[in-house]
Unconditional design. Structure first.
Length: 241
């Protein structure tokens, strides 16, 4: 992870995502619904729901939307059933791409993901073809703007909280944790008064691929088409854009 700023990739895509806030809220509602249906409506005893609520808060999702999703999940009746399916593929220059989906129709999602790859310069791979190139990590971002904390102080806070690694740039502190340590690290830093621009479990590439501008454009198109699909929750790549 050293030397690679995941935040740069996220920041570069935030503008496009902000322009599609309605679709983003719809996806977050689905994640909240599934988490609440599987583990109950109390985030203190349901880590999956707490993660979904953190994502909703960072996205400035209205509380009414959150409440509706939880109420729908915990009301009487069968409700909707969703499957979590991961697709693996390749972009330009062999860049690895992981696509996490939450779907109520596997055939529809499979077709849409395959078309997104094949029609935009990528190729869908077999299960296990690229997943081994990524590590599951907790990921926290703290903006340095108006924050009177130097790198040494932040590093001490991260280590005392149980964090694994700190990446520093002029704009942000990026903190990585083991997945099991993520909740405790997040809560310990929050108790110190830090607020997060990003807080999630994510997939981090073991090796980062540098791309030409042409290949970056191709990859960006694949990612945008995938993210525009209602069933796609997250898209991860091994590229440094």
């Amino acid at each position: 992870m050293a030397g690679h700023s995941k935040w740069n990739n996220i920041k570069g895509r935030k503008g496009a995502q902000d322009a599609k806030r309605g679709k983003l809220f719809q996806k977050l509602s689905r994640e909240i619904y599934v988490a609440a249906k599987n583990g109950g409506s109390d985030p203190t005893s349901n880590p999956g729901l707490r993660l979904a609520l953190d994502k909703a808060k960072i996205a400035n999702m209205p509380n009414d939307n959150v409440d509706r999703a939880i109420k729908k999940a915990t009301s009487a009746g069968e409700g909707e059933n969703y499957d979590e399916i991961v697709y693996e593929g390749y972009g330009p220059a062999g860049v690895a791409i992981l696509v996490h989906t939450l779907t109520d129709n596997k055939n529809r999602t499979s077709t849409n993901v395959r078309v997104a790859f094949n029609k935009n310069g990528g190729s869908l791979g077999e299960t296990g073809s690229v997943a081994y190139m990524f590590d599951r990590k907790g990921y926290l971002v703290i903006l340095r703007e108006d924050l009177d904390v130097d790198e040494d102080t932040m590093l001490m806070s991260v280590l005392e909280a149980g964090g694994e690694e700190l990446e520093t740039s002029e704009e942000v502190f990026e903190i990585y944790t083991e997945p099991s340590d993520f909740p405790s690290v997040r809560d310990a830093l929050a108790e110190e008064g830090y607020t997060f621009a990003q807080a999630e479990l994510t997939m981090v590439p073991q090796v980062v691929t540098e791309l030409s501008e042409e290949h970056q454009d191709i990859l960006q198109t694949i990612v945008e088409v995938l993210e525009d699909d209602d069933d796609v929750s997250d898209v991860y790549t091994s590229a440094n854009i």
